[in-house]
Design a binder for this molecule. Structure first.
Ligand SMILES: Cc1cc2nc3c(=O)[nH]c(=O)nc-3n(C[C@H](O)[C@H](O)[C@H](O)COP(=O)(O)OP(=O)(O)OC[C@H]3O[C@@H](n4cnc5c(N)ncnc54)[C@H](O)[C@@H]3O)c2cc1C
Length: 237
């Protein structure tokens, strides 16, 4: 089994992510909104400080003494604000502090960085949990044509932006749920659903989420004949 390595997009662009994040130039902005959209998952919004390419990440912190963490941008490239979709990790250093932010509070953000970028060509977007964020940005920036999206979640509440993607992608959008069942939702892991598919070898596959998901999906796609070079991954760690 191939382990995820620094060939993955942002890790490659940024070197060691946490170490690289420590040296990011930070700009002051103010929180516009910070709302819980599912249990333990929040959407943080701030006015856009810099341009970005859909799929890129920003470094964020609340205090210069706390090393910024990377977050995928979840808003469209032409929107005047930046959306960040994040899990609140109770034992984490930063996310419990992010969760407390109110409208008007200070936020420190970097310029956008990273190489997890898409084209207008047909392709597959594959995500677990908050790994859906870059695909929201890509879709809102006009890259949804010819795309198929597969989203995995433990719970039905974890299908963030479901209404939006149902409207934009219709039957090219698949939800895979491991712990709950619901209408139109595949019962099981997204790898189980993918195992039943015939992924075209000439399309690009963008994977975003946990390291485990990325490794499993990449192995599965390669076993089904997709060239390694057609698979690009963004790992949240
Ligand atoms: C390129 C990239 C993009 C990313 N994009 C997103 C995104 O869009 N959304 C998102 O939610 N996340 C994203 N992440 C992850 C994000 O950067 C952070 O790693 C995450 O939010 C955790 O930050 P934290 O400071 O709360 O946790 P950290 O303090 O960094 O802790 C990380 C983990 O270690 C555990 N831990 C920490 N201290 C202890 C301890 N003393 N004992 C036991 N366990 C401990 C925590 O529970 C947590 O699981 C991304 C990561 C990368 C590399």
């Amino acid at each position: 089994m191939k382990r995820p390595t620094a060939t993955d997009s942002t890790a490659q662009a940024a070197g060691q992510p946490r170490a690289a994040a420590a040296s990011l130039e930070l700009f002051e902005t103010r929180v516009s909104e910070n709302i819980e959209i599912a249990p333990g998952v929040r959407l943080l919004t701030y006015p856009r400080t810099h341009d970005f390419i859909p799929g890129q990440v920003v470094g964020i912190t609340v205090d210069r003494r706390i090393v910024p963490r990377y977050y995928s941008i979840a808003s469209g490239a032409d929107e005047p604000f930046v959306d960040i979709l994040y899990d609140v990790l109770p034992e984490g250093e930063l996310t419990p502090l992010l969760a407390q932010l109110q409208s008007g509070d200070l936020l420190l953000v970097s310029r956008a960085t990273g190489g997890f970028l898409d084209t207008e060509q047909p392709g597959w977007w594959i995500a677990t949990g908050t790994g859906i964020a870059p695909f929201v940005s890509m879709a809102k920036s006009g890259l949804a044509g010819g795309k198929r999206l597969v989203h995995g979640s433990r719970t039905l509440a974890g299908f963030h932006f479901r209404k939006y993607f149902t409207k934009v992608l219709s039957d090219r959008y698949t939800c895979c749920c491991t712990q709950e069942s619901g209408p139109g939702v595949f019962a099981g892991r997204l790898t189980q659903w993918l195992a039943q598919q015939s992924p075209p070898a000439d399309e690009r596959y963008l994977l975003c989420g946990s390291a485990g998901m990325v490794v499993d999906v990449r192995d599965l796609l390669i076993a089904k004949g997709v060239p390694f070079a057609q698979v690009l991954a963004e790992i949240y760690f």
